[in-house]
Ligand binder design. Structure first.
Ligand code: SF4
Ligand code: SF4
Length: 495
């Protein structure tokens, strides 16, 4: 049996020979060659069993005394049988005297609201690009921009009303650098509020990179802003979708600005939207092998906004993304070995983290997700929404009220709307409730499910991708556990 993926949660279980041993219910089995992958969905435990371990497990179809089990398996050493039983018990797959190992109510404390810490300010709806898959500049007046007084009121209320000691402000668009003066004013005000309220603030931004001038880079660096720059890969891939109005590609400008910003010492992270699944390995090779980034985001293209009409998400496309993703993993591991250092490729590293720990740091890969709790977002008009991701068809569901009418600190506990949104849990989503990987995946993104199906209590439209990929990663980790430190190494930026 492969080494259990999770560290034990309580000190040693002493197995007496008179202990009654039996399988727990709900374990799901997948076979490959002579081995068996067993997943215990409720506690998010899994293991790959070799034939000898499997022989022990199949004997546990009804309660047996451990001493009887030893006798029924004369070809195996009693010590080996006991150690298999103990490991399976720690994985939630075997009960001892009718008792499971995990207390599920304590295992998933994220069910309690944690309170907002991640605050996304949509500072402008305007954009200088016309990317073919954009969903972020389609709401309301395309040129509307947040006023500085409104932005200051958002920061003031956040510092005053939210209990979190550390607040993270993410400036979004449209293209946020079109509102650069507003952002500068808000960051300066944020530093004042840090002193006044004895809280820390950090600043993030996601930009298309075209307006990242050296002077702006210096300002952003002085405020220690973490800047995500959208670069989809080499020119022939990037320029397919990331264009100006009229169709001219933007790769040359974005690449120059990104590399110069990195040279100037700005904390920049490339973010690539992978639109064709087969591009995954090429994009990875380009960003890591050619440009030298060791921390990056690779996101499959969602069928949202403008992409809705042209890129329908069905199981075939999700399966193609799975194949591309696994090919990308091989390239990432190759680069990590060559560098002799871990590589953080999100969301590969997030998936590996969920497979090897019970922690669920990433708010978008847990159940319920961060919607209306860990995250709040603010529109250019001062509307408060439950997530940074929304589009015209979903805005009504995520709208929580106007800034001035809400107490941000008590929203997660007192708002019936937030509580309704937080009912999107894997146990309440029909398909997810039966899914073996539900506690690793978390049901995917609430917003994407809503935008795709019109229902909140639906699985993520990339469901098939998650099903296939999580299970394939389990086999991969069992065969090559070195990929976990090599590719799962880094903490998540948002939680
Ligand atoms: S979205 Fe799909 S893969 Fe994820 S938990 Fe739900 S059913 Fe499982
Ligand atoms: S709705 Fe989607 S993007 Fe928003 S917090 Fe939930 S999973 Fe993340």
């Amino acid at each position: 049996m492969a080494k259990p993926a999770m560290p034990p949660q309580v000190p040693g279980v002493q197995l007496q020979e008179q202990v009654l041993v039996a399988r727990t219910e709900g374990v799901q089995i997948f076979r490959r060659g002579g081995r068996v992958l067993a997943i215990e969905p409720q506690s998010a435990s899994w293991t790959v069993m070799d034939p000898a371990s499997w022989a022990v497990y199949v004997r546990l179809d009804r309660p047996r005394l451990l001493s009887n089990l030893w006798r029924q398996l004369p070809e195996l050493q009693p010590g080996f049988v006991s150690s298999v039983v103990e490991q399976l018990h720690r994985l939630g797959m075997v009960g001892l005297n009718g008792r499971p190992f995990h207390d599920l109510a304590r295992l998933w404390p994220d069910h309690e609201p944690l309170g907002p810490r991640f605050l996304a300010l949509r500072v402008t709806e305007a954009c200088n690009f016309a990317c073919s898959y954009c969903y972020n500049c389609s709401g309301g007046d395309p040129g509307a921009t947040m006023t500085l007084p409104l932005g200051r009121r958002i920061l003031e209320k956040a510092f005053r009303e939210l209990p979190a000691p550390h607040l993270s402000f993410d400036f979004m668009g449209g293209e946020p650098l079109l509102a650069f003066e507003t952002i500068l004013g808000l960051m300066a005000y944020g530093r004042e509020l840090e002193q006044k309220h004895q809280k820390a603030a950090s600043f993030l931004m996601q930009t298309n990179g075209a307006l990242l001038t050296p002077e702006r880079v210096r300002c952003l660096r002085d405020f220690r802003v973490g800047v995500g720059v959208s670069l989809d890969g080499p020119a022939e891939i990037h320029d397919r979708n990331r264009c100006l109005l009229g169709g001219r590609g933007t790769h040359h400008t974005v690449l120059n600005n990104l590399l110069r910003a990195r040279d100037q010492g700005l904390r920049v992270t490339p973010l690539a939207v992978v639109e064709r699944p087969s591009d995954y390995p090429r994009v990875l090779d380009y960003l890591v092998g050619e440009l030298g980034f060791e921390f990056l985001h690779l996101n499959p293209c969602s069928a949202l906004g403008r992409a809705r009409e042209t890129r329908r998400l069905g199981p075939e496309r999700a399966e193609a993304f799975h194949r591309g993703f696994m090919a990308m993993l091989e390239r990432a591991w190759h680069h990590s070995r060559k560098l002799g250092r871990p590589l953080a490729v999100h969301n590969l590293s997030d998936m590996l983290a969920n497979l090897t720990s019970k922690r669920r740091d990433l708010m978008c890969m847990r159940s319920p997700c961060g919607l209306g709790d860990a995250i709040l977002s603010f529109s250019v008009q001062g509307e408060v929404l439950a997530c940074e991701e929304y589009e015209p068809s979903t805005k009504g569901t995520f709208y929580l009220g106007q800034l001035e009418d809400l107490d941000l600190g008590s929203l997660a506990l007192n708002s019936t709307q937030v509580q309704a949104l937080r009912q999107r849990r894997v146990e309440n989503i029909p398909r997810c409730s039966r899914c073996p990987i539900r506690r690793f995946c978390g049901g995917g993104c609430a917003h994407k499910a809503l935008a795709w199906s019109g229902e909140l209590l639906r699985e993520d439209p990339m469901c098939r991708f998650y099903e296939l990929t999580f299970i394939e990663l389990m086999w991969k980790i069992a065969d090559e556990p070195e990929i976990v430190p090599a590719l799962g190494g880094c903490g998540n930026a948002s939680s």
